[in-house]
Every structure is written in structure tokens, then in C-alpha cells.
Design a protein around this ligand. Structure first.
Ligand SMILES: Nc1ncnc2c1ncn2[C@@H]1O[C@H](COP(=O)(O)OP(=O)(O)O)[C@@H](O)[C@H]1O
Ligand SMILES: CC(=O)N[C@@H](CCC(=O)OP(=O)(O)O)C(=O)O
Length: 257
């Protein structure tokens, strides 16, 4: 079974194009089984604003108090996940929404409870909860909320959640869908890059902000044997007529997309 883990970023969630869904259809026709993990940072920020709660981040992770955690779960699980499952359904694709804490699919530990509150790092993925749906021909759509050992819900960065899921499923490919066409350096989309080049671009400030958890996850996955990691845009086709569009990050040069 060829599995593709696709992370859909909050930056693009409301702007996913018809071509994006056509790409998914073509992949499925070619025997690839997608698993989707979604984000939703901007939607969480909008809901927090309604409660006059300014968003706070530390090293790219949301500082999450108990009240914020309730809002994170309400927005991600109750709105974003529903919306995405609805869009897939409308396109004629069978999808099933899962909260990461359903069936203890995602288990996590606190990263630093004092500094970040209810923020987790995935420690294990119960893959049966995902595989059971794949076998039935559904696309699992997973919200990055995990169960902590103490029963608390933990907020997990969606890029890292997608990487943990790709790793556990032994996915063939992990694709980060975002609002840019790939890694852009000096105004041009890079077609292919390697961990060595990425480290240089991070040091020079050419890769920054929300792109960092994606390339960090990519480098971790490559070192663990997931051979193909991509950054693609949700505004256009990321796969069409058997060809991939976007940046491929490969362990060494010359890996075909
Ligand atoms: N070198 C780069 N190439 C492209 N985008 C970059 C780069 N460095 C930083 N970024 C930023 O990363 C953003 C994508 O990350 P983010 O906003 O967190 O999206 P998502 O919600 O999809 O995870 C881009 O919109 C861009 O502003
Ligand atoms: C701990 C942490 O930061 N969690 C993220 C989860 C959502 C997410 O990752 O959404 P994007 O993919 O849109 O960034 C958050 O609360 O925003």
C-alpha cells in the first residue's frame, strides 16, 4: 500500500483550489492512499480575537493555557476538520474526520509545561486507527490534538504531527501543502534541494518562520528513510498527468520527483 501523508496548512485552508482536489483524485486513481493532517493557526487566531485573547507564540509554538486549548480544539476539530471533510465529500472523495485523540491515535508528552502549557510532542501514533479507514477506502483527515499521559488534550504543531504520522505509517512521501509554490530563494521556486542546502538557507535567513517546522520535519523524515518530502501549493495542481509540482527535498541530489 503506497501511502502519502499530506499536511494542509491553515494558511491555505480557505483557498484550496479545484486543481488541488483533482490532484488528490489522480493520485488515488494511481493507487496512492492519502492521509491528511490539517493545521488551522489563522482560524484559531481569529477565534481568540473574538475573546480578546492575543495569540502568543514561543519558537513558533502557540503558548496554550487551558482556555486556549479549549478554543484550539473547538476550532480545529469543530470547524477546520469539518470544513475539509465537507470539501472532500463535495468533490466526490470519501473522507473521515478524526481528532488525534480519538482511539488514542496521537499520544504526546508536554514539551515544557511551564513555558508552553498544553503543547505536546508526539510520542506514539496508534496506526491501526488510521489503517482501518484506509482499508475501507476513506481518506482520514486528522486534527493535530493529542492525548497526554495524564488524560489532558495537547496542542501539537500540525507539521510535526504530520511527520510523526508519516514516520509511523512508513509513508512513501510526505507533502506539506501551503500558500507558496515551494521553497523560494531569491524570488525563484527551488525545484530540488538537500538538507545541507536547507541548513545554509536557514542560517542566511532565506528560510524562516512557518517554513522552518516544515523543513525541519523534512530533514528528520529523510534521516529516517522517508525518501521524498515536498513543499507544494494548495492554490494549484500539485500532481497532474503523473508529474509533481513544488520543491522536493531529498537526502541527496538527483532524486526524481
Ligand atoms: N524560503 C521560503 N520560501 C517560501 N516561503 C517561506 C520561506 N521562508 C519562509 N516562508 C514563509 O513560510 C510560509 C508558510 O508557512 P505558514 O505560514 O506557517 O503556512 P502553513 O499554515 O501552511 O503551515 C510562507 O507563506 C512564507 O511566508
Ligand atoms: C503547538 C501549536 O503551535 N499548534 C498549532 C496547531 C495548528 C497548526 O499547526 O496550524 P498551521 O499548520 O496552520 O500552522 C497552533 O495552535 O496554531
Amino acid at each position: 500500500m503506497d501511502i502519502l501523508v499530506l499536511k494542509c496548512g491553515g494558511s491555505i485552508m480557505d483557498r484550496l483550489s479545484g486543481d488541488f482536489f483533482q490532484s488528490l483524485k489522480e493520485l488515488i486513481r494511481n493507487g496512492i492512499q492519502p492521509v491528511i493532517v490539517h493545521g488551522g493557526g489563522p482560524a484559531i487566531n481569529s477565534m481568540l480575537a473574538l475573546y480578546n485573547m492575543p495569540p502568543k507564540f514561543k519558537d513558533g509554538l502557540r503558548v496554550t493555557c487551558e482556555r486556549t486549548m479549549q478554543i484550539v480544539e473547538t476550532v480545529l476539530s469543530g470547524q477546520t476538520n469539518r470544513k475539509l471533510v465537507g470539501m472532500l465529500d463535495k468533490t466526490g472523495l470519501k473522507a473521515i474526520g478524526l481528532n488525534g485523540s480519538d482511539g488514542k491515535c496521537l499520544q504526546a508528552e508536554y514539551i515544557n509545561r511551564q513555558e508552553l502549557g498544553y503543547v505536546g510532542k508526539v510520542t506514539s501514533v496508534r496506526k491501526e486507527t488510521i489503517l482501518v479507514w484506509l482499508k475501507e477506502g476513506f481518506i482520514p483527515v486528522i486534527t493535530p490534538v493529542a492525548s497526554g499521559a495524564d488524560g489532558a488534550r495537547l496542542n501539537v504543531n500540525a507539521d510535526y504531527a504530520a511527520a510523526a504520522i508519516a514516520r509511523e505509517l512508513g509513508a512513501d512521501r510526505c507533502v506539506f501543502v501551503t500558500d507558496v509554490e515551494g521553497i523560494i530563494i531569491e524570488g525563484s521556486v527551488v525545484q530540488e534541494t538537500t538538507p545541507g542546502e536547507i541548513e545554509t538557507h536557514i542560517s542566511s535567513g532565506n528560510i524562516y518562520g512557518g517554513m522552518i517546522p516544515k523543513v525541519q520535519s523534512a530533514m528528520d523524515l529523510l534521516s529516517e528513510g522517508i525518501g521524498k518530502v515536498m513543499i507544494v501549493s494548495g492554490k494549484k495542481a500539485f500532481y497532474s498527468k503523473g508529474k509533481w509540482n513544488g520543491t522536493i527535498i531529498a537526502a541527496k541530489e538527483g532524486i526524481k520527483k
